[in-house]
Design a protein around this ligand. Structure first.
Ligand code: NAD
Length: 321
């Protein structure tokens, strides 16, 4: 395993991180015993960064991860989130954040997390997040309930606008840097670098589009994007490769990212994802995939409340494949 420092924190996170949302049955119903096995095998393999949220599976993912980490808590860097709860309820008020963190800590069976993140900032007002939410997180940091403070979201514009106004230790963006969409490195990556903020890249499989498996019905991408994912899988197969491994390796090769979070719930997935750490020259297959994705490349969807939303549709990037 390779490790990178998360921004200016003292957290040395594994470049491959464990996204725990699947443990909450977010993508499909998973076996909790197998999920625990995957968590343990991940730790035994040197993977130390785990990310979860009370939102995933109506708190189920936090409960299951907390149970799996009993006796192993000190071996991991644990991140959770606040501000997004229930099926789709947002509340970024200080009161809810403080109560919500105590509930998360109970479920995670620990008295602190290493990173507490405001979940999906584009669903709040930048003003409230800067003047109320993040100060509440800093108070929780002083109280020892979290070691560091971060923000997460889909809208790169809102993530940057927020971090520009209030210092944060890390920024997590999802579905903005993988084989399907590659605009994170146009704006967020240089911003994070200039400001010494740790960068976390989530959803390297585009939330299942690049997993070769079932795509969840809630997935926000257009059907053309799903179809492009299936074409990419066929190309990989023709090369004797598996799409998830190629897609993950593509993300892991971005040196500005401290950790790439992939959602996992089985030992088999973990083993395959660990193989993506091994070097391989995927240049030709990635070129073919990029051609096959065609006009679905860099297709982004609307996310968040009206005053902070980015336009959807195709974004222009300099193709690096
Ligand atoms: P992902 O792109 O990592 O895809 C996950 C899907 O791929 C799941 O269905 C999983 O079972 C499947 N998968 C994983 N490895 C596989 C393999 N080797 N073969 C076949 N299928 C495989 O999407 P994600 O889970 O949404 O993102 C990763 C993590 O990032 C999340 O679990 C979460 O912790 C974090 N995240 C955070 C935010 C946020 O804060 N707003 C948003 C998205 C993701």
């Amino acid at each position: 395993m390779r490790y990178r420092r998360l921004g200016q924190t003292d957290l040395e996170v594994s470049v491959l991180g464990f996204g725990a949302s699947p443990l909450g049955n977010v993508f499909s119903v998973v076996d909790p015993v197998e999920g625990t096995r995957a968590v343990h095998r991940a730790i035994d393999s040197g993977l130390n960064f785990f990310d979860v949220s009370p939102y995933y599976g109506l708190t189920l993912a936090e409960q299951r991860l907390g149970t799996a980490l009993v006796g192993r808590r000190k071996e991991v860097i644990l991140a959770t989130k606040c501000g997004r709860y229930g099926t789709d309820d947002f509340d970024f008020s200080a009161r809810t954040i403080v109560d919500g963190v105590d509930a998360s800590l109970r479920r995670l069976k620990t008295d602190y997390v290493d990173l507490l993140q405001v979940h999906d900032v584009e669903f709040g007002s930048v003003d409230q997040i800067v003047t109320e939410t993040l100060p509440a997180l800093r108070d929780l940091q002083k109280a020892g309930k979290t070691r560091y403070v971060g923000i997460t979201g889909y809208s790169l514009e809102t993530l940057i606008a927020t971090a520009d106004l209030a210092p944060v230790d890390s920024i997590l963006s999802y579905c903005r840097y993988n084989l399907m969409v590659r605009d994170m490195d146009q704006c967020l990556t240089p911003f994070a670098k200039e400001n010494g903020i740790g960068l976390i890249n989530a959803s390297p499989l585009h939330m299942g589009v690049l997993s070769s498996g079932e795509i969840p019905t809630w997935h926000p991408a257009a059907p053309e994007v799903w179809a492009a994912g299936r074409r990419a899988a066929v190309i990989c197969k023709a090369h004797g490769l598996r799409l998830p491994e190629v897609a993950l390796r593509f993300c892991l090769s971005e040196p500005s990212v401290a950790s790439t979070l992939v959602g996992m719930s089985t030992v088999e997935q973990l083993e395959e994802n660990l193989r993506a750490l091994e070097p391989s020259d995927d240049t030709n297959v990635i070129r073919e995939i990029t051609t096959a994705i065609g006009s679905s490349l860099n297709y982004v969807w609307p996310s968040g409340i009206i005053n902070s939303v980015e336009p959807s549709g195709r974004v222009e990037t300099h193709d690096r494949s």
